[in-house]
Design a protein around this ligand. Structure first.
Ligand code: DGP
Length: 123
């Protein structure tokens, strides 16, 4: 994966540069976090790096240590500010086709606010 594989017009790229609206909950120099448009739990937010990374594999390959740390810290910060940290929450990162990733810009889902049930529903 290289930056040339990144689609600069994907939905989250457009949210990052203001072409599309969002409901921000947290931001810093390297991350941006906002409410999921289709919440799967009482609290459901997405945490993305500002850099152009397609997925977690790409991020681990190319991001700086500073970007990696900022994203992990933002995940935990959003859990706290959305009020789910104390009772427990789940972070999900979908990657590629089998992972069910729909938007090709790395994002972590932070879900909570109620018991979330089993990790996976078996088909
Ligand atoms: P994934 O399947 O992991 O790629 O999750 C993509 C998530 O992005 C999904 O939960 C719905 C959310 N989403 C898709 N389009 C938009 C949008 O335009 N705005 C916001 N806030 N969320 C979106």
């Amino acid at each position: 994966m290289s930056q040339s594989d990144y689609d600069p017009d994907n939905i989250f790229a457009r949210i990052l540069d203001g072409r599309l609206p969002s409901q921000p909950v947290d931001q810093d120099e390297q991350t941006f976090s906002f409410a999921d448009i289709n919440p799967q739990a009482p609290q459901h937010h997405l945490v993305i790096p500002r850099g152009a990374y397609t997925d977690l594999t790409d991020f681990a390959d190319r991001a700086s240590d500073s970007e990696l740390a900022a994203w992990v810290r933002a995940l935990a910060r959003v859990a706290k500010t959305s009020g789910v940290a104390k009772e427990g929450y789940r972070v999900i990162v979908n990657i590629g086709g089998h992972g069910g990733q729909e938007v090709p810009h790395l994002h972590g889902h932070v879900l909570g606010g109620a018991p979330l049930g089993p990790m996976l529903t078996r088909r």
